[in-house]
Structure formats: C-alpha cells, structure tokens
Ligand binder design. Structure first.
Ligand code: AMP
Ligand code: MG
Length: 330
C-alpha cells in the first residue's frame, strides 16, 4: 500500500469532529491529509482493500440526548425506556431544529459522496406502525437521491429463501460514498421469524452471532452502521391503527395482519429486547428512540445522523494540481 493511502482516512482523529448545526467541519484546516484518489495504479489497488487495512477506524456513533445507546454485553430492559419521553423539548423548537439537522445531513452527504471512500448504513426496526416510513421521509428529505438508497425488506421471495439469511441484506448495503437505509433489516430474521416460529429455535439462536460478524465486516470495510429501534407504547400502536382505519387517506397503510401481530405484542417486545441486548456492539450499538412523539423521534434521529456524519468527517477530494490556471478551450 502506498504511504499516501496509509494516511488517507482520518479515523484516528475521530471523536473531535462533532460540530454545531451551523459549523459542519470544525476540524477543517491545512493539516488535513490528502484525499486524492487517482494518483497511481498502486493507489487504485489499495482502494480495493478492506477499509480497515486502508487506515479506517470505526467512527464513534454520536447519539443525540434522549436516544438510549444499549450498552454492549449488558442485558437490556426495553421497559426502562419511556416510549413517550420528549426530552423536555418544545415541539415547535424541535421542528425548526429538525430543519437545521437536515441541512447538515444534506451538506455532509455531498462530501461523503464526493469522497467516495466510506459509507453510512441506517437501520430502522420497529413494531408495526412504529414509524419507520415516516422517519425515513422526515430525516432524509432533501438528500441527493443519487447518493442515497433505501431498501425495504418484506417477506422473503423464494429466491431469497434459497440463500443464507444474510444474502439479500448484504446485496443492498451501501457502496462507497452512499447512505444506505434499511427499512426493516437482517434483524427480521431474529424477530418475526422467531415470534412466528418460521425456523427452529437452534437456527434463529445461531443468527445473533452471525449478525454481529456481518456488521463487523461492514464496519471494517468502511461502513458506519447506525441502528435505530423506534420504541412505541402499546397504547400508541392502538391509536395509530385506529387512525389508519378511520382515515380514508390512510386506508392503504392498514394491514389486517397488523391486528393479528398485535396479539403477539409481548413476544415481539421480548424478541426486540434480546436482539438489542445481543447485537449491541461498541462499533454498532443499538440506539433506542422514544417514538410515541413523531416530532421528537424525527429530531433526535436527524441529529444523531448529522452528528455521526460530522464525526466521520468526510472530505472533498483534492483538486487536480494547478486547477486555478486551467483554461477551458473554446
Ligand atoms: P411492511 O413493512 O409493513 O410492508 O411489511 C413487511 C412484512 O414483511 C412484515 O410483516 C414483516 O414482518 C415481513 N418480513 C420482513 N422480513 C421478513 C423475514 N425475513 N421473514 C419473514 N417475514 C418478514
Ligand atoms: Mg405493515
């Protein structure tokens, strides 16, 4: 590997990149290592190596206040988080603050895309009506669609079922420069699959370790993994299901199967708690978001995404030498 590539990424300096809303790159300065990517064949070769070997360290996840990061290795009790917490924030304030966080995400995503070296994966899990679609819409509004890819995972197709359980998820992970969004994810295979007994227990039990290995592979390959669990109360789910029944504009969202699944509420809470406990790791911790209040949920998730992107500190590549002197021919 060339020397230049050894210092290409700034992982070692992570932790001082978190910034205020109007200051996207507090660490900007002339000591910034080169991000030129096109210099030589040796560099091109180095680009195809795992990011860990190219000098990557996992980016610290920066959780906004009010978001609960599940401690790795600890037994997590979902009931310890109030689903209707609002952090004492004012709703009108949070709605404005959401705009600020979104503007930061948009600007940082452009840098991530231009750097074309690392990626960000946002994983959303929740019980039915938990707010995954609404969150994705609210948090990623305005992001360049070219730099962002959303994958929504449904009941696996027969082709997907003919493969190992991670196959379809791995195929949709974000490439360099991209933000990937998983609306449901590989966790379904230890959630719905477990609750409905779709595979024998020995099979789903073996998956927690495989999931941790999979996420470590992603992290070492330059993908920061942000996993959000949207935590709503049983009473809030009732309200949301009732709203889907009452409002003709929401009828399309109503799935009678949700009423059946609701009867398994406790089994789902148990499955969520186990997944959060067993798959919260230092590099990819689970983040529990009180989600009864949509405005609170949207703001804290947007802030977490913006702060984590800022900690990644993506850089525009170096301009070609002598660009200022270049003349465009007539
Ligand atoms: P929705 O997200 O509401 O459109 O519904 C998608 C459905 O697909 C949900 O009922 C999920 O539980 C189900 N689903 C997602 N992944 C899996 C999986 N790996 N195995 C079985 N069902 C799944
Ligand atoms: Mg549904």
């Amino acid at each position: 590997m060339s020397k230049k590539h050894g210092k290409h990424h700034r992982g070692q300096k992570h932790g001082r990149g978190v910034t205020d809303g109007d200051d996207l790159n507090a660490t900007a300065g002339s000591d910034r290592p080169s991000t030129a990517r096109w210099a030589s064949a040796v560099d091109t070769l180095a680009e195809s190596e795992p990011a860990a070997l190219r000098g990557h360290r996992a980016t610290p996840i920066v959780a906004a206040p009010g978001v609960v990061a599940v401690e790795p290795g600890a037994r997590f009790d979902l009931a310890s988080v109030e689903a209707d917490a609002d952090g004492g924030l004012d709703k009108a304030w949070a709605k404005e603050a959401l705009d600020t966080e979104r503007a930061r995400i948009v600007a940082l995503q452009e840098r991530l895309y231009a750097e074309r070296s690392r990626s960000l994966l946002l994983v959303f899990q929740a019980i039915d009506t938990g707010g995954k679609d609404g969150t994705i819409r609210a948090v990623l509004k305005g992001v360049n669609p070219q730099g962002c890819a959303v994958a929504s995972f449904k009941v696996p197709s027969s082709e997907e079922m003919d493969h190992d359980f991670l196959w379809r998820y791995h195929a949709r992970t974000p490439g360099r420069g991209m933000i990937g969004v998983f609306n449901r994810s590989h966790y379904e295979d230890v959630l719905v699959v477990r609750v409905k007994g779709l595979v024998p227990e020995a099979v789903w039990q073996s998956r927690y370790g495989r999931i941790n290995d999979f996420e470590r592979l992603l992290t070492e390959s330059g993908t920061t993994v942000l996993k959000f669990f949207l935590h709503i109360s049983k009473a809030e789910q009732k309200k949301r299901l009732e709203a889907r029944i009452a409002d003709p504009e929401k009828h399309w969202k109503f799935d009678p199967a949700d009423l059946v699944e609701r009867k398994s509420w406790d089994a789902y809470q148990q499955a969520f708690a186990d997944a959060l406990s067993r798959c919260s790791t230092p590099d990819a911790p689970w983040l529990v978001v009180p989600a009864d209040h949509k405005w609170f949920r949207n703001y804290v998730i947007a802030k977490t995404v913006a702060d984590t992107l800022a900690a990644m500190d993506p850089q525009f590549p170096e301009a070609v030498k002598g660009i200022a002197e270049l003349k465009v021919p007539d």
